[in-house]
Design a protein around this ligand. Structure first.
Ligand code: FUL
Length: 510
């Protein structure tokens, strides 16, 4: 009894006393162990949603600008185009579009089904301005979203649609009431309904593309009004939060791009992202301290003239397109590469041939991973949990859900890959386990011919962030990355700085 009273008194006294930092740390570690049997690293916020992770995994996909502009030789129509101008010379063939993309190594595609001129490539209930009313031989039975979704499923590719929020044909777009306030007719009667109709073409869509163009100095038809209209705030005008929730309910994996707020424009249309590129913030480089996950997508043209097909255009060489790939997908962005169908509703032969050539180049350069055959040494491996471990081999096991990690508090480490026989090396690819945030801030890559003396590689490329994926040409040149390569018995990656313990799920070496 005496003892118990003494114990209670002592405990009360202890509880009221301030704890030393070391004691506090001890309690924290104990709690961590009690509640964290797998020793899972703490996330570094912000982290992506599951659908954002899936979206990132699509990596490289095609963009198909096809529609009224294909027949009027325009890039932007004004909405006054007669339906009958949509006059394909053959039945449009989205399967052929996607087959070509697949040959290039792309994992999916996005079809423009309504551009700013408002002409819909499916028989929508929201307006009369659509294919079904074209009255042309192949136009009136065209239904791009239906055929595109069907082909994508058959080819096991991801798919989605570009539906322009700005609509130069609609009488409701940018319309104001007597008091000068914007009416909600367009958002409710037209745009929301169009998105909902498109969602019905397939629940497994991965992205809906909402362009940011919002009128201004481009005169529009607007149902005969023929005037300049604009809106002041796309988020409120299109009621984006509500739209996002509604479309997520219909298509659980879909990302609403751009105005939709779930993935960002990379900030240029030339096909490059910053060497340092955070998945937060905006533009080419993002922001290390951004509060929201908002990964970058780079939209770029493979052809010389415009987004839509124009007579006499040429297509970039496979080398130029491969450089674009390295500077986007290889820099923690996705690449949506535009290849426009022509007036026949199919891709020109030259495009198909170039996509095949690009695919072969990708396979030759990045198709054979030498990392799984190497012995790996790491300076530290995080203590395993009850059923999960964080060993170095997780980086080369082909499983994106297992990763190597260091212990809490360790923000630098080296990873060395060694081969018995010298290999010829040209590229290294790193992938962070982004479900727990983008963490790495600085690293270096070296190779060694004899396995002992190392030389720094990657030229003057900024080896800073990694993120979802980083691909580095060891010779430091994205333009001519496929040189003689470096003979090496070892390759060493040193992580110099990380927001918290680094987590890598894959390292590949080519
Ligand atoms: C832009 C649009 O205005 C272009 O016409 C094109 O669709 C491009 C991909 O996005 O903002």
């Amino acid at each position: 009894m005496k003892n118990t009273i003494f114990f209670l008194a002592a405990s009360a006294l202890l509880a009221s006393m301030p704890l030393t930092a070391a004691a506090q740390e001890g309690i924290r570690l104990q709690e961590q162990q009690l509640n964290n049997a797998e020793n899972t690293p703490c996330p570094v916020f912000p982290v992506p949603s599951e659908r954002q992770v899936k979206w990132n995994e699509t990596e490289f996909y095609a963009f198909y600008h096809y529609g009224m502009n294909t027949y009027t030789n325009a890039e932007w129509g004004d909405g006054s185009e007669a339906n009958s101008k949509f006059n394909p010379t053959a039945a449009p063939n989205p399967k052929q579009w996607l087959e070509a993309a697949k040959k290039a190594g792309m994992k999916g595609g996005i079809a423009v089904v309504k551009h700013h001129d408002g002409f819909c490539l499916w028989p929508t209930k929201t307006t009369d301005h659509h294919v079904g009313n074209s009255g042309t031989q192949y136009g009136s039975t065209t239904n791009i979203p239906r055929d595109f979704a069907k082909a994508a499923v058959e080819l096991d590719m991801k798919y989605g649609f570009y539906v322009s929020p700005w609509d130069l044909n609609s009488p409701y777009w940018g319309k104001k009431d007597e008091k000068g306030n914007y009416t909600d007719e367009y958002a409710k009667k037209v745009f929301f309904e169009q998105c909902a109709e498109l969602a019905e073409f397939g629940k497994d869509q991965f992205e809906m593309w909402f362009d940011g163009a919002t009128g201004g100095d481009h005169k529009g038809y607007y149902g005969g009004a023929n005037e300049y209209r604009t809106i002041d705030n796309a988020q409120t005008y299109y009621d984006i939060p509500n739209l996002r929730d509604s479309i997520h309910n219909l298509c659980p994996d879909i990302i609403l791009w751009g105005v939709g707020g779930e993935a960002r424009w990379i900030g240029n249309e030339q096909g490059w992202a910053g060497e340092t590129n955070w998945a937060m913030g905006s533009g080419e480089y993002g922001s290390e301290t951004g509060w929201q996950w908002n990964s970058g997508e780079s939209d770029a043209k493979a052809t010389s003239k415009g987004w839509f097909w124009h007579s006499g255009e040429t297509i970039s060489s496979a080398d130029v397109l491969f450089k674009m790939y390295l500077e986007t997908v290889g820099r923690n962005a996705t690449l949506i590469l535009n290849i426009p169908p022509d007036k026949s509703g199919s891709l020109p032969e030259a495009t198909v041939a170039r996509m095949e050539e690009l695919g072969k180049m990708m396979e030759q350069r990045l198709g054979t991973d030498l990392a799984p055959a190497a012995a790996i040494e790491v300076t530290e491996t995080r203590t395993a949990g009850q059923t999960v471990d964080y060993k170095a081999g997780n980086m080369t096991d082909g499983n994106k859900d297992t990763y190597w990690a260091t212990n809490d508090g360790t923000t630098s480490a080296t990873i060395t890959f060694r081969w018995d026989e010298p290999q010829t090396l040209r590229y290294v690819m790193l992938m962070e386990y982004i479900r727990l945030g983008q963490r790495i801030k600085a690293f270096t890559v070296e190779t060694s011919e004899d396995g002992e003396n190392f030389t720094r590689r990657c030229g003057s490329i900024a080896t800073t962030t990694v993120g979802y994926k980083r691909i580095l040409p060891l010779n430091g040149s994205t333009a001519s990355s496929y040189g003689a390569g470096y003979k090496a018995k070892a390759l060493r990656i040193t992580i110099n700085d990380s927001k918290a313990c680094p987590l890598l799920h894959t390292v590949s070496i080519f």
